[in-house]
Design a protein around this ligand. Sequence first.
Ligand SMILES: NC(=O)c1ccc[n+]([C@@H]2O[C@H](COP(=O)([O-])OP(=O)(O)OC[C@H]3O[C@@H](n4cnc5c(N)ncnc54)[C@H](O)[C@@H]3O)[C@@H](O)[C@H]2O)c1
Length: 342
Amino acid sequence: MRWLVTGGAGYIGAHVVTALGGSGIESVVIDDLSTGHAERLPAGVPLVRADVRDGVVLGELFRRHRFDGVIHLAARKDVAESTAHPLRYYEENLDGLRSVLDAVATSGTPSVLFSSSAAVYGTPPRSPVGELDITTPENAYGRTKLIGEWMLRDAAASAGFRWCALRYFNVAGAGAPHLRDHGGTNLVPRLLQAAAAGRPATVYGTDYPTADGTAVRDYVHVADIADAHVRAALALHHGEIHDEVLNIGRGEGASVLQMIDAVAAALGHPLPYSAAPRRAGDPAEVVASPARIRHLLGWQARYDLDDIVRSAAADHGTTGAATATALHTGQKSRNKLKNTQR
Ligand SMILES: NC(=O)c1ccc[n+]([C@@H]2O[C@H](COP(=O)([O-])OP(=O)(O)OC[C@H]3O[C@@H](n4cnc5c(N)ncnc54)[C@H](O)[C@@H]3O)[C@@H](O)[C@H]2O)c1
C-alpha cells in the first residue's frame, strides 16, 4: 500500500509517516517545509517540496503514483495568528484542501484522511464532548477545520471516495527527540522553551470557570495520534469505515497549571510563570469523548500525561532552574489563584 502524506515533514506528519512505515505502508510526502523539517522523515521516504495548492505538481504526483489514499495534514494551525489574519487561514487551509480533493477526485483515489481539530467544537456544550455534539468554532482556524469537513463530505458524495476526519485534541510529546514539536504555539513546547530560556512561562487566562482558573485541555501523545492514523487508513482501505468523524483524545482534562507541574516534574525544577489575560478564541474546557474511535477502530491512548511531558522534554536542552522574579511557582500560588481569581 502507498499513501500520499501532505505535511508529512511536520510534527504530527512525521510521526504518521514513521508509524505507517512500521506497519508496512509506504508514504510519499508533499510538504513546502514552511514549518516542516526534512530531517524528520525516515530514510527512503520520498519528499516532494511543494505547496499543496500547486495543482500542476499535485496532478503530476497523482499520475506518477497510484495512491491507495491521502492523509492531508498540511495546514497552518496557530489560533492567535488565525484571529489576526483570518483570510490567510481561509486561503491556505481551505484552498490547500480543495486542491488535494480535486486531485483525489480526478485520479479516482479511494480514501482520504483529514486532520481536523477539537477547535471545531469551540466551547463544547458538555465535557467530554462527542462527535455528534454541536460544533461552534470560536476562531478562524477552527472554522477552516469545520468547513474542511463539509468540503470532504460534499466532494466524497460526488466523487465516491471514502473519508475520515480525525478531530485531534491537544497533541503533545514526541516519539523520538528528532521528531519533536519545534513550534511555539502549543502549550508543552512553549513551556519547555520558556524553561530553556530561563524565562517565565506565560499563562493566558487565570479566571476561567475551571477548578484552578486556567484552561483545561485533553492532551494526547503524538505517537497515539499516529497509531490512530494507521488504524483509520487500514479501516478506510478495507471499507470498514467510509464517511466518518472521530475524536482523538484521552478523555481526561489537564489544566495549564497541572501541565506546568508536569513539566516541572519532568525537568526536576520549578517552572515559574506569569499570568496574562485570556487570548481571544480560547475556550475554558475542551475534553474528548474517545468512545467512538475505540468502538470503530479499537484505538485507545497508550500514553499518559507523564509519558507525554517526559517524551517532549527529553533532549530539549532545558537545563537549570529558571530565575525570574515576582512569579508564581508552586501549589501555594496555585491555591491563591484559585481562591482569588475565579
Ligand atoms: N498540533 C496539534 O495539537 C493539532 C491539533 C489539531 C489539529 N492539528 C492539525 O494537524 C495538522 C498537522 O499539525 P502539526 O502540529 O504537525 O503542524 P506542523 O506545522 O508541524 O505541520 C504542518 C506541515 O504542513 C506543511 N505545510 C503547511 N502548509 C503547506 C502547504 N500549503 N503545502 C505543503 N505543505 C504545507 C508544513 O511545512 C508542515 O510540515 C494540521 O492540519 C493541524 O491543523 C494539529
